[in-house]
Ligand binder design. Structure first.
Ligand code: HEC
Length: 148
C-alpha cells in the first residue's frame, strides 16, 4: 500500500516538474524572442546640403534670366534638376549651401569650367572648357537666385 501511494506521489511530482520545465522553456524562448526584436533607433540624419553661413546679395533678375537661358542651352540639365537630386545636386540645394557673393560666384564658375567631384559626393561633373567665365558666372547667378 505504502509503495503504491508513493508511486502516485512520484508520478505527480514528475508531472509537476514537466509542467515547470515547459513553463521555464517557454519563458526563455519568449524572452530571447523579445530581446531579438530590432530596437527602435531614430534614423540618422545626414546634412547633405551643409549650408555655409554668410550674407547674401540680391541677384538682379536680368542676370538670373540670362543664366537660366545659358543653362538651358548647355548640357547642365542632363545631370541637374532644379529641385531634385540627379547625377549632380539639385540647383535649389546648391543655392541653399552657398551665400550669393563674388567669392562663391567665382569658385562655382571655375568649378563648372574645370569640372570635379567631392563637394556633394563621389559623382563627377565633366569640365566645360569652352564656357567663358562671364557666362559661367551668369549660370551661377541663376542657380544661386533659386534660394530667393
Ligand atoms: C556629367 C554630369 C554633369 C553635367 C553635364 C553638369 N554637372 Fe554640375 N555637377 C555634377 C556633379 C556630379 C556635381 C557635384 C560635384 C561635387 O560633388 O563636387 C556638380 C556640381 C555642380 C555645382 C556645385 C559645385 C560645388 O562645388 O558645389 C554647380 C554650380 C554646377 N554643378 C553647375 C552646373 C552647370 C551650370 C552645368 C552646365 C554648364 C553643369 N553643372 C553640368 C554633374 C554635372
Amino acid at each position: 500500500m505504502a509503495s503504491k501511494s508513493s508511486n502516485i506521489v512520484n508520478r505527480r511530482r514528475r508531472k509537476k516538474q514537466t509542467v515547470l520545465a515547459g513553463v521555464l522553456l517557454f519563458t526563455i524562448l519568449w524572452m530571447s524572442a523579445c530581446s531579438n526584436e530590432p530596437k527602435q533607433v531614430p534614423p540618422k540624419t545626414f546634412d547633405y546640403i551643409k549650408p555655409i553661413p554668410g550674407p547674401s546679395e540680391h541677384v538682379p533678375p536680368e542676370i538670373a534670366s540670362k543664366g537660366q537661358v545659358l543653362v538651358g542651352y548647355s548640357d547642365c540639365y542632363s545631370c541637374h534638376k532644379e529641385d531634385k537630386r540627379s547625377v549632380g545636386p539639385a540647383f535649389k540645394d546648391i543655392a541653399k549651401r552657398y551665400p550669393v557673393n563674388e567669392a562663391y560666384r567665382d569658385y562655382l564658375s571655375k568649378k563648372i569650367i574645370s569640372g570635379g567631384s567631392g563637394s556633394w559626393g563621389a559623382a563627377v561633373m565633366i569640365p566645360h572648357p569652352k564656357l567663358s567665365l562671364e557666362n559661367a558666372k551668369a549660370m551661377v547667378s541663376y542657380i544661386l537666385s533659386l534660394r530667393q
